[in-house]
Design a protein around this ligand. Structure first.
Ligand code: FAD
Length: 330
């Protein structure tokens, strides 16, 4: 009989798993937000979609690079990069999805039954003689169904709550922490004669990316859209500040950087509470074939990368878990 698999979270890890497992199982993908993408999601600014999370893919393994090359919505991008002193620095060949980063997860997740705006609140293993083995509830305590396998792909803080009933796994999440990141998206009037990306040491700014310079973006004439990310230290120190103050501080730092104060056409500020993981789990994923419960994502550095490479870590972790599950069912 076809196995029923639930995946919790439609970020890159969940969407990759959904695509790979859907060929041999009945897969349901639960996502608490309105759309897919998680930390590569986008936001609307008037008629424009700007990338609010990771601005690009920067593969360090040949496997990830080749996979990116094969995805229909992915294009190479070679931006002009400067440090915060306007000194041009070498740029890796980057990849971006068009017309927005989450176009990639949207297609991958379409292979499964996608249920959005559904926050899974509990993962309960049932007595061994009962099949399917695991029952899910949402945050209104409504039953979401029973599944042969359940895979959690959320950031570790959210996974901790979901893994409560599985002590062997919840212990593994105890010491992992995450850093926040304040992000502002701003559409400005006119065109700056500047680099596409600023990056380096700065007391406030982590990185500034001209989103409208990415390939496949349809921007209005005579304006630019920039995404300003704060450093993790500044974001932590201002974690409870209001969004207006955050915008003012980041935009002031940006204006100082470009030596201009362009007119603002529209803007949006977002606080990522769980942007990047600090301490990471030393295995590539968690999986128990007896219970059919597992977890993967960017908090598993058993795939061998640093936590600077969250996206690629997620991708490798999801693929390693998909390999293990598919191998078992052969
Ligand atoms: C501003 C920013 C910049 C970044 N820059 C880079 C970069 O340059 N390079 C890089 O490698 N990485 C970067 N990252 C990190 C990278 O985005 C992440 O490592 C990667 O996207 C994680 O993917 P994931 O699928 O593992 O997790 P996520 O993208 O977090 O996906 C998890 C999904 O689970 C959903 N979810 C959570 N709880 C529940 C629940 N209870 N029920 C249902 N759904 C739930 C969430 O809504 C989310 O969609 C950046 C992150 C941010 C925020």
């Amino acid at each position: 009989m076809t196995k029923k698999i639930a995946i919790i979270g439609a970020g890159l890890a969940g969407s990759v798993l959904a695509e790979r497992l859907s060929f041999s199982a009945d897969v349901t993908l639960f996502e608490k937000s309105r759309g897919t993408g998680g930390r590569i999601s986008s936001c609307r600014l008037d008629d424009y979609s700007a990338d609010l999370g990771a601005p690009w893919f920067s593969p360090s393994t040949e496997r990830f690079r080749m996979w990116l090359e094969q995805q229909p919505e992915i294009t190479r991008w070679q931006p002009q990069v400067c440090d915060f002193n306007h000194v041009q620095t070498a740029s890796d060949c980057l990849y971006v999805a068009g017309p927005k980063q989450s176009a990639l997860t949207r297609r991958l997740s379409s292979y499964a039954k996608l249920i959005t705006q559904c926050r899974v609140a509990s993962v309960l293993p049932r007595p061994t003689e009962q099949t399917p083995r695991t029952l899910l509830h949402d945050d209104q305590l409504i039953e979401l169904g029973c599944f042969d396998s359940v895979i959690i792909t959320t950031p570790v803080q959210q996974a901790k709550a979901l893994l409560e009933a599985i002590p062997e796994f919840s212990n593994r999440t105890a010491s992992i922490s995450t850093d926040p990141c304040w992000v502002c998206v701003v559409k400005i009037k006119g065109q700056l004669d500047s680099a596409d990306v600023f990056y380096g040491d700065h007391p406030v700014l982590f990185r500034c990316t001209k989103d409208s310079a990415k390939p496949g973006r349809q921007s209005e004439e005579n304006c630019e859209t920039w995404v300003l990310e704060a450093t993790k230290h500044w974001s932590t120190n201002h974690i409870d500040a209001n969004a207006t103050d955050i915008f003012d501080a980041l935009y002031a730092a940006f204006c100082q950087l470009i030596h201009k104060t362009p007119d603002i056409l529209s803007s949006r500020t977002h606080r990522w509470l769980l942007a990047r993981h600090r301490m990471v789990c030393p295995t590539p994923f968690l999986w128990n074939s007896e219970t059919g419960i597992g977890a993967c994502g960017d908090w598993f550095n058993g795939v061998g990368l640093t936590n600077q490479n969250g996206i690629e870590t997620s991708w490798l972790s999801a693929n390693a878990l998909a390999d293990a599950i598919l191998q078992e069912s052969l």
